[in-house]
Design a protein around this ligand. Structure first.
Ligand SMILES: *Cc1c(COP(=O)(O)O)cnc(C)c1O
Length: 451
């Protein structure tokens, strides 16, 4: 253990509280060496979809492992990656026709940024060198993706390395002033975006957004109305649109992808780039991809090598990861997962209501988009309480529930394998934890939980 340096962790904070040591997992539960179970209510950092060690996915990966473990994806292809690309194109909006693979969410963002920029350059729009992103947005932590990420904690130290981009106010409820209706606040944010695009569109290559839910900001949510209006505005000004559905894709918001919900509302609206990762392999193996349009693809199709998109990663298109992704898509279809999730979504809504009803001074801004439910933990009516959130997480862990608040924002993002009974257990533990917070003063958790 002493050789390990963990991500997103101040190692000093682990001196007194060692990390949770997990040896196996099944369904929605992680187990330690003593056999204690922990309900994984954050889907192992938002990646797990159908539960841990799912028999179908395990079997398919084993089969693939005995057949072809890995080969490069340049000048060479293999059945799982061909099938996966075809199925992704078939299940996403019609304008998205091509799939480019990478190996992490951040890498997918790098791909989308580079593709958008190179496309504009090759179209002769050489002044379009800037990106515009929402304030409080998170798109990853590699240098390119960090340049469109607006979370100071992850970015401030690296400022000299980060290329400055443009931002526009986030329409999310979490950032709205207290005395204003959400729709009014979104209208103000939209007006701001319109003004910026009107003034700067000749130098803006693309808008990048986390559709509907800004995850790392603390599950900050906004409406499809804003998203549709923002995309329409970009269309009007000739600015490309990148949807980062790395966290919200594969059913998290209730529909498979937010870009589908957008199309259902207005068939003329579609992003030019769709970035997917986290749920892509159901949380099994690292893989990401960027879907894009025929028009973007055609912008690179040329006899000259350097006009191609030459970005690459050694493990691009790994057959084991592609097989896990295919098995996950099979499970969605066979088990009618999105329909089944409706019961979980309704139960989470009830659970949130119960928390707010019983602890009106502690629980504020309850919010939910599909399978993502969150609330702000308060000291009193005005102030959020990050320390209490850490204590709450500690209490939950001691009672078999793994959560990981972001500051004072407490959220649940359970695997779809979670049962209604398990959800009831989780909300029961949360109620007890809130009661414990008020009665005694729980010792604060020394581990800083960030995202
Ligand atoms: C997690 C995440 C990323 C980065 O993905 P990694 O695989 O961690 O590099 C990018 N965008 C969003 C919205 C994310 O949630």
């Amino acid at each position: 253990m002493s050789a390990l340096w963990l991500p997103c962790t101040q190692m000093q904070h682990l001196a007194d509280h060692p990390p949770l040591a997990i040896v196996r997992a099944q369904g929605s539960t992680l187990y330690d060496a003593e056999g204690n179970g922990y309900l994984d209510m954050i889907s192992s950092w938002w990646v797990n979809l159908h539960g841990h060690c799912h028999p179908t996915i395990n079997a398919k990966i084993s089969e693939q492992l005995a057949t072809l473990e890995h080969t490069l994806l340049a000048g060479v292809v293999h059945p799982p990656i061909v099938e996966l690309a075809e199925r992704l194109v078939a299940m996403t909006p019609a304008p998205l026709q091509k799939v480019f693979f990478a190996d992490s969410g951040s890498a997918a963002i790098e791909v989308a940024l580079k593709m958008a920029l190179q496309f504009c350059q090759q179209q002769g729009q050489t002044a379009k060198t800037k990106f515009i992103a929402l304030e409080h947005g998170y798109h990853g932590e590699t240098l390119g993706s960090l340049s469109v990420t607006d979370v100071a904690l992850f970015r401030a130290q690296y400022q000299p390395l980060v290329i400055e981009q443009l931002t526009t106010p986030s329409p999310a409820n979490l950032f709205a002033p207290p005395d204003i209706a959400q729709s009014e606040y979104e209208a103000q944010c939209l007006a701001h975006l319109k003004t910026t695009l009107a003034a700067e569109h000749t130098r803006i290559c693309a808008l990048i957004v986390e559709p509907l839910v800004q995850g790392a900001a603390g599950m900050a949510m906004y409406s499809l109305d804003f998203l549709a209006a923002a995309v329409a505005c970009c269309r009007h000004y000739g600015v490309l649109v990148i949807f980062d559905e790395i966290a919200v894709g594969f059913g998290r918001t209730g529909t498979m992808f937010v870009c589908q919900a957008l199309q259902a509302r207005d068939a003329t609206l579609c992003p030019d780039f769709l970035c997917l990762s986290k749920g892509l392999t159901a949380g099994y193996l690292p893989m990401s991809c960027v879907l894009t349009t025929q028009a973007i693809y055609d912008g690179f199709y040329d006899v000259r090598l350097e006009r191609g998109f030459l970005h690459s990663h050694s493990f691009t298109g790994n057959p084991l990861a592609a097989t896990a992704a295919l098995a996950s898509l099979d499970i969605f279809a066979q088990d009618d997962v999105l329909t089944r999730n409706q019961a979980l979504i309704a139960r989470m809504a009830q659970g949130l209501q119960a928390l707010a009803r019983q602890y009106p001074d502690r629980v504020a801004l309850t919010r939910q988009t599909g399978m993502i439910a969150a609330f702000s933990l308060m000291t009193d009516k005005q102030n959020t309480d990050a320390q209490a959130a850490r204590a709450l997480a500690r209490y939950c862990l001691q009672h078999g529930v793994l959560i990981r608040p972001i500051g004072a924002q407490v959220y649940l993002m359970p695997p779809y394998s979670t049962t209604l009974a398990e959800l009831d257990t989780v909300f029961g533990v949360l109620l007890d934890a809130l009661a414990a917070l008020d009665i005694s003063h729980l010792p604060p958790m020394d581990t800083v939980h960030l995202a």
